[in-house]
Design a protein around this ligand. Sequence first.
Ligand code: MV4
Length: 493
Amino acid sequence: MEKILIANRGEIALRVMRSAREMGIKTVAVFSEADRNALHVRYADEAVCIGPAPSAQSYLLGEKIIDACLKTGAQGIHPGYGFLSENAAFARQVKAAGLILIGPSPEAMEIMGNKLSAKAAALTYNIPMVPGTEEAVTDIDEAQNRAIEIGFPILIKAAAGGGGKGMRIVEKASDFIEQMDLAVSEATSAFGDGSVFIERYVSSPRHIEIQVLGDNYGNIVHLFERDCSVQRRHQKVIEEAPSSVLSEELRQKMGESAVNAARSCNYTGAGTVEFILDENLDFFFLEMNTRLQVEHPVTEMITGIDLVKEQIRVARGEPLSFTQSDLKIQGHAIELRVYAEDPANNFLPDIGNLQTYITPKGPGIRVDDGFEQGMDIPIYYDPMIAKLVSYGKDRTEAIERMIRAIDEYQITGIQTTLGFGKFIMQHEAFISGNFDTHFVSKYFVPEHLLIQEDEEEAMVAALIGATFMESYSNTKSININPVHSQWKNNRKE
Ligand code: MV4
């Protein structure tokens, strides 16, 4: 492959192009009319407009993307995450056009694209599962009996769902039938597939996922875990590697299960196996994501492996250049997703113009972003502005660097989740590692951000006050507002 097309936008398109460029591979960007001036378009060697702003008319149109490949002579397609990245039908079309998809086979995507077939595949390797039904629920009375056997609360899940979509907790037997009916109709309208199944509800889990990498010669390795327990309504906020709760023994067990899950569908390329971990440190397979994940940088930081390069090498038919025993965890990495959202206003998307945009720099900081000062954040796509990643010799240093980087980050014109990230980094539960997937709902109220701001402003005011006092000691009113609001601007207006 001498030229690849990146079927994505924003930070991930840029990130993929950077690795391709290091490998001497030419890059082709595709873009919608809203992204004409985007950084990924400027960075690429060539760029092709594929349609109007809405993704259904551009980034989701497989045919246009394949046409752009044929027109530019790109031999491979990197789909990034989201959009067409887990679309088995697209993967087949790419193959049929004589092109290479930088990702797993359509068959692997299909198996793992459905939670029930994923569980069935994983079961062949005795991977731990939450007790539940192995098939779609068809007979409601039978299902209710099964639920009583399992014990309440139980969780109803849509087989075609993912990322928490189509899930329902049922607290007691008397609610079961009503909740089932709702779940089936929800799944039907959301996914065009009403199949649902049930599982025991693990009430306070950690979300642990394992990065895997497979080649075309049956070699599969894992690159340890990422702890993604800090999330809000199934949107991840913080991801870190390694997890502060895994022993070396548990890490090895989960890694082995993840490799087996990958093996169960002959997985090739980069993938992620999702588990939940309960308070007894028992782990259970949930699903497998057949793409490069948003949070892959934390794994890159602790392993020194460039996952995108490995994806490209595997797609070129090369064997993995390392074995499991070559891999070691070195240090600690944390990622904060910086969203254009207003944490003080129920995380409402806050799109607009990036009037100030200055990223943090220095030791142990990586910023994966796709914007520049002065750019507008389009309303059409995901509101993530950047991934702020800190790396340190240990978790404490990674946290300290993250806080320092959040303080350096200057964004005005829109509200962001930077202050929210700082709140998490400074929270006792996060620092001690004693948290679960309910961290945000348990501890966060918007007032925390106001307090955080007030404290900082008070500190600045005190400092400036002291300086001003010396030279203006006879002046009655001192207007420190310009400096005051400058500080405020450093986080969110
Ligand atoms: C669960 C669970 C508890 N018990 N399954 C959410 C996303 C999807 N991948 C599966 N999810 C869950 N499945 C059982 N049997 C709790 C969750 C869950 C969750 C998992 C990972 C990260 C965040 C989460 C937030 C709420 C619920």
